[in-house]
Write a new protein. Structure first.
Length: 313
């Protein structure tokens, strides 16, 4: 059995060592060293266009992340870019849900407890009590109640916040008021104090965080984007922050990454920027999950996380 790996940073050694341990029956090779050779499985993150095109040898393509937009976007360049009939399998949690819940909860609590305001006061040597926000007025909406969003929503509900979730199809999560589909969008957004985006990037969700949406949130709402930069119309967020409609934002993902030095977000103190770290791919967890799925496939068993190519996630 042969596994062909592609990681954009070219740091293959730990991956090859990890797969050698988790799946000793497999030979693990890099894409660069094995171009044109057949393999049984590809394990990739944002692969180049010529890696998968026309392949008839692969039994599955494993994506080293939860979001598969980096693979599916290849179809925009060439409709034949993906191997026909080969399942694309995404990471299913693999240690990301806990990281996302930590990241989002810390951003919510920082805003809820006014810690940025106190930090600014401390900078000015000012000792001053600020009116606290009321938990019961602080409704939080999570867009995308899937693997990651469900864990985020449950964690926030555990802090006693009123939490709403929005998905494509109806989802029941204990302690979370569910909305779904186009009809559920307006009531989901209505009056939210915090909006968290953890949707996959698809043609339906691109640019979903825009001025029209911000106008439906409570005045002075807070926006947290941990999904993809292409979900956000960046100029609309800046305008909404400058107008006071949005109080601030925590952004982990951007249209251009790294965020260019001249980008106006860097100059806006109400926008907190992190470099796409809200849920990192954990190597050991990911290798263990992929090795388990390869074993299941070889035993003819079903696996979770197979991407629906029509739906786009
Ligand atoms: P998932 O399990 O597939 O969940 C996706 C959720 O979004 C589902 O609830 C789905 O609805 C909903 N959804 C999809 N399209 C929709 C639409 N048009 N309208 C309403 N709801 C829609 O995905 P996941 O594992 O939670 O990951 C979500 C995303 O997080 C990834 O795609 C990736 O972009 C991002 N991510 C970012 C980082 C980071 O470090 N920043 C790390 C990991 C992942 P249904 O439940 O009805 O299907
Ligand atoms: C990271 O962004 C992922 O999709 O896993």
């Amino acid at each position: 059995m042969k596994l062909q790996l592609y990681v954009p940073d070219g740091r293959y050694d730990p991956w090859i060592a990890g797969f050698a341990e988790a799946l000793p029956e497999a030979q693990c090779v890099t894409w660069e060293d094995s171009r044109g050779e057949p393999a049984d499985y590809a394990v990739v993150w944002r692969p180049p266009i010529d890696m998968l095109r026309g392949r008839t040898d692969l039994k599955a393509v494993f994506n080293l992340g939860a979001g598969v937009d980096g693979i599916l976007r290849l179809r925009d360049e060439d409709p034949q870019a993906l191997p026909a009939g080969v399942p694309i399998v995404r990471l299913d949690d693999a240690g990301m849900a806990a990281q996302m819940a930590e990241y989002v909860t810390s951003a919510v609590l920082r805003y809820f407890r006014r810690l940025d305001d106190y930090a600014a006061q401390a900078q000015a040597g000012k000792w001053k009590f600020l009116k606290p926000h009321r938990r019961e007025d602080f409704t939080i909406g999570v867009m995308g109640i899937g693997t990651l969003g469900t864990h985020i929503a449950r964690t926030l509900a555990g802090f006693g916040f009123p939490v709403r979730g929005w998905s494509r199809t109806a989802r029941a999560v204990e302690g979370v008021v569910g909305f779904h589909g186009d009809a559920g969008r307006a009531p989901f957004l209505d009056g939210l104090r915090v909006l968290v985006n953890v949707l996959p990037l698809t043609p339906q969700t691109e640019n979903i965080l825009n001025g029209e949406l911000f106008g439906k949130l409570a005045q002075g709402a807070y926006v947290i984007n941990v999904a993809r930069g292409q979900h956000l119309v960046e100029a609309d967020l800046l305008a909404a922050v400058q107008a006071g409609q949005v109080a601030g934002a925590t952004l982990d993902v951007f249209r251009a990454e790294p965020l260019p030095a001249e980008h106006p977000f860097w100059q806006e103190p109400r926008i907190t920027i992190t470099p796409h770290i809200s849920a990192l791919t954990l190597r050991e967890d990911s290798i263990a999950q992929i090795a388990g799925k390869i074993r299941a496939l070889r035993a003819g068993q079903p696996i979770a996380g197979v991407v629906d190519l029509q739906r786009g996630y």
